[in-house]
Design a protein around this ligand. Structure first.
Ligand code: SF4
Length: 440
């Protein structure tokens, strides 16, 4: 189990947040690519949400055609580099690799993907160009993975694209919401710059669209609008004391950490509430920032957590402790949070039953709520005729077109919160849907 000192410089921060999947060197990539069996009907392709021709790009790496490999990857997934690093490959492509049946480590597909794309981005090799103009313009709201993928695909299909981004950087949660030991800001941004230079889509920063009037203007200025708005801030728990100082949302905590690195101070005692991947990220990050005690509290048992097992193991290996079958009742303290009051629960047929007189307080100076993000309901209400489901997800047809035909949507706003690779796929498919609708 690792113990981390509080980082006081960028070097120390980088040491504590060393990437889990570092870039391969050419020898490693050659050796690893040589292990691939280039399976017919390869199960790794079936397991990739974007259907990348994995044996083909591995063959291209093995034959020293690194740029060809990058082209194969980007042709299926515009966020090919980011996905090579942040995808849960163990449950996707690598989890499906035939080597798993033989007790042999699977091919490191993610790292090979990262090798091909990062090498090509670093040399700035031009692989793409905008398609011949079809005389149409599309507004994309949000520059997260769905928005960027949609913009890239639209440009190859000859459509003008303006992206409207509320923040001052692109990429949505890929920069703001993913743990820094998975991918650095520089790596995320270099992929987007690489694509933007070749495909020439515009990104307007600090350009939040948050009124009906603005939407009306977009509707008259553009032929279609793509909503890649993602999710909102961390949802409220409705707990007594939730508004005290020292209670933060996991998404906001991770965002601040990613932007300020060692310049933020995480206190000694931290409680993270939640059992999903974001909770694991937040807990790992608090430990890597030098907190002495980080407790991950989840109301059900370990097996019921939504997080991938490897994410949980990563948090534990960073020194995080876990507390299961405990429901938070309130945040205690005066102005500042000084602890969380829990009660023990037992699970019967999926229902949680409190155990009488089992209350206890876990002292802490920081509470991180990692219990999901709020949906952008207020925004959806501004779009005329936009239908959402019971979980406040935008409803789309198989072309990713919403109930208002001028609007298409993809990514977390549609799937409720999934992986970067899912958003990249949906953005690409929506672009094809838009072009097919514009041409009809
Ligand atoms: Fe190569 Fe494994 Fe895919 Fe087969 S399943 S093509 S061995 S990566």
């Amino acid at each position: 189990m690792a113990e981390y000192n509080r980082p006081t410089s960028e070097e120390e921060f980088k040491e504590n947040f060393k990437q889990k999947k570092p870039l391969m060197n050419p020898t490693e990539a050659y050796y690893e690519s040589s292990r691939c069996l280039f399976c017919y009907d390869a199960p790794c392709i079936q397991a990739c949400p974007t259907g990348i021709d994995i044996p083909l790009f591995i063959k291209q790496i093995q034959t020293q055609n690194t740029e060809g490999a990058a082209k194969t990857i980007f042709d299926s997934n515009w966020l090919g580099n980011a996905c090579g690093v942040v995808c849960p490959t163990g449950v996707l492509c690598e989890g499906a690799c035939v080597y798993n049946h033989q007790d042999v480590p699977p091919i490191q597909i993610g790292r090979l993907q990262n090798y091909a794309t990062a090498t090509t981005i670093a040399t700035n090799k031009r692989l793409f160009a905008p398609g011949n103009s079809i005389g149409k313009k599309v507004a994309v709201i949000g520059s997260g993975p769905a928005g960027i993928a949609c913009a890239c695909e639209l440009r190859t299909l000859g459509v003008e694209v303006d992206i409207f981004e509320a923040k001052d950087k692109p990429s949505g949660l890929t920069v703001y919401g993913i743990a820094p030991y998975k991918i650095t800001n520089e790596e995320v941004l270099s992929e987007i710059t690489y694509l933007q230079e070749q495909l020439e889509f515009n990104i307007k920063y600090n350009a939040a669209i948050n009124s009906k009037t603005q939407l009306g203007e977009l509707e008259s200025d553009y032929d279609a609008i793509f909503l890649g708005v993602g999710l909102g801030k961390t949802a409220s728990l409705g707990l007594d004391g939730e508004n005290k100082e020292g209670v933060v949302g996991a998404v906001e905590f991770i965002e601040e950490l990613r932007m300020k690195h060692h310049k933020i101070t995480v206190p000694d005692n931290v409680v993270v509430i939640g059992g999903g991947n974001t909770a694991m990220d937040a807990a790992s990050e608090a430990a890597r920032m030098g907190a002495k005690k980080v407790i991950l509290a989840y109301r059900r048992d370990k097996q019921s957590m939504g997080a991938y097992r490897f994410e949980y193991d990563l948090a534990i290996s960073a020194g995080v402790e876990s507390l299961f079958n405990a429901t938070p009742l309130k945040i205690v303290g005066d102005k500042n949070a000084t602890g969380v009051q829990f009660e023990r629960v037992k699970s019967q047929n999926g229902d949680l039953t409190p155990i009488p007189d089992s209350d206890f307080i876990v002292p802490c100076d920081l509470v991180i709520k990692a219990t999901g993000q709020a949906k952008q309901k207020h925004f959806y209400e501004m779009v005329e005729g936009l239908k959402i489901d019971k979980k406040t997800r935008i409803l789309v047809n198989d072309q990713y077109q919403t109930s208002n035909p001028k609007y298409f949507a993809g990514g977390d706003a549609v799937n409720g919160g999934a992986e970067v690779v899912n958003a990249a796929y949906e953005g690409k498919m929506a672009a094809q849907g838009i072009v097919s609708w514009l041409g009809s």
